[in-house]
Design a binder for this molecule. Structure first.
Ligand code: GCU
Length: 128
């Protein structure tokens, strides 16, 4: 199952803007994070307690990796998650990682590690 999708344009954005100028996104747009370290997108997702799969849809039209910190409920689950170049800003890829959720509301935050900022972020999906 793809789980539940949470669009980036509906999330909390720190140091970034919602845009729609690169095709192929889901929903009404994606988040273009500023080219700074520390910018983030944070989603609130509904969970059932225990293991889950987190999928992150992104595009990176550069050839440089844009690593980020993935935190769930404030705890880092991936300190250096790679978001490698996808070939074009309109070419979207999915990164997948295991997480653990609480029952009810959980936060998922993706924070840029480098001065290049985050890749463009389209959505996350959470599957039990
Ligand atoms: C370009 C591109 C943006 C992207 C940005 C970046 O400006 O159009 O969508 O976010 O590069 O380097 O982050």
């Amino acid at each position: 199952s793809p789980g539940t999708r949470y669009e980036a344009e509906n999330a909390t954005v720190f140091q970034g803007v919602v845009e729609s100028n690169h095709a192929g996104f889901s929903g009404t747009g994606f988040v273009n994070g500023d080219n700074v370290a520390g910018g983030y997108v944070e989603w609130t997702v509904n969970g059932t307690a225990g293991a889950a799969t987190l999928r992150i849809r992104y595009a990176n039209g550069t050839t440089a990796n844009r690593p980020a910190t993935i935190a769930v409920n404030g705890a880092t689950v991936a300190a250096n998650q790679p978001f490698n170049g996808t070939g074009a800003w309109s070419t979207w890829a999915t990164a997948t990682l295991p997480i653990s959720l609480n029952a009810g509301a959980n936060t998922v935050r993706i924070t840029a590690n480098t001065a290049n900022g985050n890749p463009n972020l389209d959505y996350i999906e959470v599957a039990p």
